[in-house]
Each structure stands twice: as structure tokens, then as C-alpha cells.
Ligand binder design. Structure first.
Ligand SMILES: Cc1cc2nc3c(=O)[nH]c(=O)nc-3n(C[C@H](O)[C@H](O)[C@H](O)COP(=O)(O)O)c2cc1C
Ligand code: SF4
Length: 688
């Protein structure tokens, strides 16, 4: 099944020769994929927006035009109880076949395989009548599910079968059963959530029955040629989850019962081990996926944190899997596969696993998009094409907003000069990239720099823009960013006081005991930096496995031992403080803030809210919390108390009657937000 380098090269000729395995064809059952890059399933909730069909066609067709080998749709519920949340599609008799036939035709005309995923949310459903194998509440859902009576289990199997047939009628070329991540099928498989005593619970044989009956029933109804893929948990990462022995047996049973390929699923949504954030190493789960591949002959598809062609090609070359499944990377760059096939991999806009605009949106029932690509799932809102009034534009500031605007405006046919007073591009992203969990921001700077070159922007580094220098430009875009805000506290000019900028640029090295004033995003990031003494490198599997207690022993239930998890090595003692009352970091990302909190708790970071800062002197930082005075004996006080916009150019330029636009931090400094900066800069460029 695995391609060899030599056979792959002869199949694809010159194009894609740097990544011959990714570029080679693959058969899944009766279906042939032109390459081994698969767009992973992502439920976008676009069906809940206005003009849903137009939006879905634009979204999926952009990826199909980008030559991805196969697209797996977002999960469709097989019945109303399987909905993740209300308003999403149910693949049953009520489905609008015309809608889906139009969508599938639009995708398939590009030679891309299109498969429907069937996902029953079980106890993760955010609906009133949610169901599960047993009445056990999920730790991440406030609703108590009802245990399915045996008769309803058989009805649910019939609903899956009906859903597969409907998907076929709608033009989908196969189905993927979602059997991992803690959804209903996974809930039946695992003793953690299956406490039944009928034929669907108890013994391992009984726990497998629900999934195997679904497979047998679909195979019988849809015929031998209909591709059935199954996403199965290859590492559970929950207490009471399947041990590896059961996982391998399940893989073999699925193959024997007619499943055509196995896609990996890693961890449950309720796992307390990060599986998709930046702290998760790229391709972290090769070991578990390779173990499954070793016991089956059908194609195995690897998932999670495969975000560059180098990582993907290595997975195939090492024989870990037969194809790679990339979800968020396809939000970040719809042309990922085309760039790989045509040797333009340097121009790939890499998913940096920030989760800020995708998973953080989906978990609060919003339509996702992408921080590095604001067009994702908003394609119809971003017009394409060249301007009919080219302008001579100066952009002041080479941070993220300035770079994005310059590249987009140049793409539209404007003549663009970018002034940056420092000696490098990237602005505050250069501070972000040194945070241990944010090193991949560097990939975004690299991508934008490549695109500035490609689009012919005239970049003038080390040059401070003055009104005189900007005289000849028709339009000036001010993207000069922010400076740290210095709060009024007695002793703020004490030598122990530094700003986050001083620390993250390496200008100042704080002492061993540090107080961080301000617990917004920058305060949390700075505390993380101070704890580890630096960062910015890609996470590696060995450290990750130690920190989260991944098990070496195949018999360990769930594949991890929380008690074996080790506290990260710490460099400093930290106090993280905020003036406002309540939980620290309330505005941080839902999918990643718990990772930081856990790390901080293990590292003994002391967090205080409702802090009144009284004075800083040689003894340290004097504070009052709940009416009690305290002196924090610290060597360094780091100020992370927000920022102020740097707008000194605005007044003189406006006075001279120039057309000016402000973007990014220069426009709105309160909460630094790269997603807003990228979106704003793109929209401005497309409006002129
Ligand atoms: C917005 C969004 C929606 C998702 N919806 C689904 C889904 O419906 N079914 C599914 O199996 N996985 C879903 N996933 C998970 C992805 O398929 C994938 O497992 C995960 O993002 C890790 O892979 P990646 O690093 O390539 O993104 C979703 C992910 C995102 C970002
Ligand atoms: S928002 Fe971040 S994690 Fe999500 S797709 Fe974009 S870059 Fe990747």
C-alpha cells in the first residue's frame, strides 16, 4: 500500500518531485485519489448563515481548485439526536438533495473525491434530548444524556445506514464514519462511557457491536463498491479509554467487516492532554498511527498537526501511514496541495495551530475562519480581481497589519512601498514567536515576507517614515502599531521595573522572582516565557509525552497516565496579577487557555485578582488584595498593562490633506489582536 519513492516518481513526473509520495495516487476501495493529501473533516456551520449554498460552494470549490486529493465534509448527523447543535444538517429523508447535489457536482468537476462524514454527537450534543450508551454526563457539556434503550440503538444503526444511502444519492462518493474524539460511536467502544449490560455493553466484543453493525448494515445496503472510511480513536487520552490492544483489534475487525480505510482520531474532546494546539508537536502521534498500520492492509490516514509538506512527506516515507489528513491547514491555505504539486511550497500559508479563529469559534457555535487567512469560510465576502484605479501607496510599519495590507494591495495592482524603521519585518509577531507555545508565528512572518517579494512590494527596512519622505504618495496607510502602556504606580521608574517588550526582545533579563502586572493575553504569554526561560522552538514528542504522561505500555487504558505527568522545568518564581476582580485570563482562547493554566498550576505560578498596586521600591511590589496589605519580594516587576497606539504621524499627514488609513494597533490598541489586524488589513486592501 505504501508508495515507494521510485514508483511515486515515475507516476508523477517532474511536478511535485520534491514530495513524490504526497503527490502520488492512492486507492481507497473503488475510489482513486490523484494525490495523498486529504482535506480533513471540518464542520463549519456555514449552513446556519445567509446564502449557505453559495458560501459552501465557494469554500469547498476553492479547496477543490487547489488540487487536494479528497475532501471529507464536516460531520452530518444521522438523526436529530446526533446533532452537535441545533440548526445543522441531518442526513436523513428530510435532507435537501438538490442543495447537496449542486455542492458535490461543483467540487467533483475539479477531479477531487468528495466524501460525507457521518457524526453522531452522543453526549457531546448541545441539544435537549441528547443520548448516549449510558446516562453519564460529559465533563464538557452541562446536559445529562439519556441512555439509549436497546431498541433505539438498533434504530440508530438503521439511521446511520439511511444516512449513508442519502449521502450517496446526494452525490458524495463515499462516507467516513466518525468513530473517535469521544462522539457516540467512541462512547460505545469505551468502558469509560459504556456501562450497559445488553448486547451493546460489557464485554469488548459487545462494545464493538454498535460500530461493526453500522459498518455491516451500510455495506449490505450501499453495495460492495461504496467506499466506507472510518475515523477511529488510535489514542484515547482519557481515563478508562481503550488500551492499544483493543484499538489494534478494532482496526482489524473494521477491515474484516469491509471498511476501506482508517483515519486516525486522537484524544477525546474532554481529554486534558492537548492534541491540536501549538504545544502538541507536529505529527506527534506517528507512533500510535504506525501501530495500527502494522496490523491492517487497508490504507491508514494520519491526522493532527500535519501542517507542512515536509511533515506530511516524512510520514509517508517512514511508512507511518498511506495518506495525510489536514483540516486547519486547509483553512489557512486552500492552495496547499497545488503549491506542493507545483514546487511552490515556500508560498504555503502555514496553519500555526493558534486555534484563535477556528476551534475557538466552533466551540461557541460561531462560524470558524482563520487568523492567517480571513477569507476562509468567508470567501463570498472577499471579492477577487485587480483594481481599475491603481495608486501609489506608502505603508508605514512592517508589522502584521502593514505586511498583509501591502501584499494584498500589491496583488490588486497598486504600487506599494513599505517603510519599517527597524531592521526586520513582523512587528509584534517577533515578540509572540519567542513565547514557548507560539513559536510557529514565525511561519506567518516567513510566509508574509515571501509574499511581499512575490508581489513586488518595495520594502524599505531601517527607514523612519517622515511626512517629507511620504510627500509623493497618493495614499498613506499607517500601521505603526503600539507601545506598552505604563500605569501610574508610585515607584514605576524604579530600576526593577521593565516592560514586556524589554523582556521579550531580550533587552532586559528579569531576576529569579518576578511579578507580572496585567493578566491579559500578553501577561499570560510573558509569564509563560519567564517560566521556561525562553522558547520559540517547535515542541518535541519526548518532552510533550513527559509533560502529559503519555504511556509507553500498550496495556494502559486510554494510553496515558495522568499521575506520570511531570511538571515542566521552571526557571523562575512568578506572581501573575490583575487589577480587576474575577478569574484571570477570562478573555483568552477557550481551546488553549486551560493548557496555560494547567502549566502555571504545575509550576506554582501564584495568580491574584482584585489587586491594588500601592508602591514599588527596593523591597519589592507592595499590593493590597481584599483589604490585606502584602509585599511581594521580587527582583523584577514586568509591566503588561495594555498598550497605547503609536500614531505620531497621523496629525501632520492629515494636516497636509493626504488620504490616510489607519489599521491594526495604530487604529485600536486596547487588546492586541493579530486576527483583527489581518482581517482589517485585507478588507482595506480589497476596498481600494
Ligand atoms: C472548525 C473545525 C471543525 C471540525 N469539525 C470536525 C468534524 O465535523 N468532524 C471531525 O471528524 N473532525 C472535525 N474537526 C477536527 C479535524 O478534522 C482535525 O482532527 C483537527 O483539526 C486536527 O487536525 P489538524 O491539525 O489538521 O487541524 C474540526 C476541526 C476544526 C478546526
Ligand atoms: S486560526 Fe490558527 S489554528 Fe485555526 S486554521 Fe488558522 S492558523 Fe490554523
Amino acid at each position: 500500500m505504501s508508495p515507494t519513492k521510485a514508483s511515486a516518481r515515475s507516476e508523477i513526473g517532474g511536478a511535485g518531485k520534491k514530495f513524490p509520495l504526497l503527490s502520488s495516487a492512492l486507492k481507497i476501495g473503488s475510489m482513486t485519489l490523484s494525490n495523498r493529501m486529504i482535506m480533513g473533516s471540518m464542520h463549519t456551520r456555514m449552513e446556519t448563515m445567509d446564502r449557505p449554498l453559495e458560501r459552501e460552494i465557494a469554500f469547498y470549490e476553492a479547496r477543490a481548485r487547489g488540487h487536494i486529493g479528497m475532501i471529507v465534509s464536516g460531520g452530518f448527523a444521522p438523526n436529530s439526536q446526533g446533532l452537535i447543535d441545533p440548526g445543522c444538517f441531518i442526513m436523513n429523508d428530510g435532507i435537501d438533495k438538490g442543495y447537496h447535489q449542486e455542492l458535490t457536482s461543483a467540487v467533483k468537476q475539479h477531479g477531487v473525491r468528495f466524501v460525507a462524514q457521518l457524526l453522531h454527537a452522543g453526549r457531546y450534543a448541545k441539544i435537549d434530548d441528547s443520548v448516549a450508551p449510558s446516562a453519564l454526563k460529559a465533563p464538557i457539556n452541562s446536559r445529562m444524556p439519556r441512555a439509549l434503550p436497546t431498541k433505539e440503538v438498533w434504530e440508530t444503526i438503521a439511521d446511520f445506514t439511511c444516512a449513508a444511502l442519502k449521502a450517496k444519492e446526494c452525490g458524495y462518493e463515499g462516507i467516513e464514519l466518525m468513530g473517535s474524539e469521544g462522539y457516540l460511536i467512541n462512547q460505545f467502544l469505551s468502558p469509560r462511557t459504556n456501562h450497559r449490560d445488553d448486547e451493546f455493553g460489557g464485554s469488548w466484543e459487545n462494545r464493538q457491536r454498535f460500530l461493526l453493525e453500522i459498518v455491516r448494515s451500510i455495506r449490505a445496503a450501499a453495495g460492495d463498491d461504496f467506499p466506507i472510511m472510518c475515523r477511529m480513536s488510535m489514542l484515547e487520552l482519557v481515563d478508562g479509554g481503550m488500551p492499544q490492544r483493543e484499538i489494534l483489534e478494532l482496526a482489524q475487525a473494521l477491515q474484516e467487516n469491509g471498511v476501506n480505510s482508517l483515519t486516525s482520531g486522537i484524544g477525546w474532546h474532554e481529554s486534558r492532554v492537548p492534541t491540536v494546539a501549538q504545544v502538541t508537536p507536529r505529527a506527534a502521534f506517528k507512533r500510535e498511527i504506525a501501530a495500527v498500520k502494522a496490523v491492517v492492509d487497508i490504507p491508514v490516514i494520519a491526522t493532527n498537526r500535519i501542517n507542512t509538506p515536509e511533515v506530511g512527506e516524512a510520514i509517508l516515507e517512514e511508512g507511518v501511514a498511506d495518506a495525510v489528513y489536514m483540516a486547519r491547514p486547509m483553512l489557512a491555505d486552500p492552495d496547499f496541495a497545488r503549491k506542493v504539486l507545483h514546487g511552490n511550497e515556500k508560498l504555503i500559508n502555514v496553519c500555526i495551530a493558534c486555534n484563535q479563529a477556528c476551534l475557538d469559534h466552533i466551540f461557541v457555535s460561531k462560524v470558524p475562519t482563520c487568523l492567517v487567512n480571513p477569507r476562509a469560510a468567508r470567501e463570498v465576502d472577499f471579492p477577487e480581481g485587480k483594481t481599475d484605479k491603481p495608486e501609489n501607496i506608502a505603508v508605514v510599519g512592517g508589522g502584521v497589519a502593514g505586511m498583509v495590507f501591502a501584499m494584498e494591495a500589491a496583488d490588486r495592482g497598486h504600487s506599494v512601498t513599505l517603510f519599517e524603521q527597524g531592521n526586520s519585518l513582523g512587528g509584534l509577531l517577533n515578540l509572540a514567536k519567542v513565547i514557548p507555545s507560539k513559536g510557529e508565528f514565525n511561519d506567518f512572518i516567513r510566509y508574509l515576507s515571501e509574499r511581499l517579494l512575490e508581489t513586488g512590494v518595495n520594502v524599505r527596512l531601517g527607514e523612519r517614515a517622515t511626512p517629507a519622505l511620504l510627500e509623493d504618495y497618493e495614499r498613506i496607510v499607517i500601521a505603526t502599531g503600539v507601545a506598552p502602556r505604563i500605569p501610574e504606580i508610585e515607584g514605576i521608574d524604579h530600576p526593577s521595573v521593565v516592560t514586556y517588550e524589554d523582556v521579550l526582545t531580550g533587552k532586559m533579563t528579569p531576576g529569579r522572582r518576578v511579578a507580572v502586572i496585567g493578566a491579559g493575553g500578553i501577561g499570560f504569554d510573558t509569564a509563560e516565557f519567564l517560566l521556561s526561560g525562553g522558547g520559540g522552538e517547535y515542541a518535541n514528542r519526548e518532552d510533550y509525552a513527559k509533560e502529559y504522561g503519555l504511556a509507553d505500555n500498550a496495556d494502559v487504558s486510554g494510553g496515558f497516565q495522568p499521575d506520570a505527568a511531570m511538571a515542566p522545568k521552571i526557571q523562575r518564581e512568578i506572581f501573575l496579577l490583575q487589577r480587576s476582580e474575577g478569574r484571570l485570563g477570562k478573555t483568552l482562547s477557550i481551546t488553549t487557555d486551560w493548557i496555560k493554566r494547567t502549566r502555571f498550576a504545575k509550576s506554582g505560578v501564584q495568580m491574584r485578582s482584585g489587586v491594588d498596586y500601592r508602591r514599588i521600591d527596593d523591597k519589592g511590589l507592595h499590593i493590597t488584595v481584599n483589604g490585606i496589605d502584602e509585599t511581594l519580594v521580587v527582583d523584577t516587576v514586568v509591566i503588561c498593562a495594555g498598550q497605547i497606539a503609536e500614531t505620531s504621524l497621523e496629525k501632520p499627514l492629515r494636516a497636509s490633506g493626504k488620504t490616510i488609513n489607519m489599521i491594526g494597533g495604530a487604529l485600536f490598541a486596547t487588546e492586541l489582536d493579530a486576527q483583527r489586524a489581518v482581517d482589517e488589513a485585507t478588507r482595506l486592501a480589497l476596498s481600494i
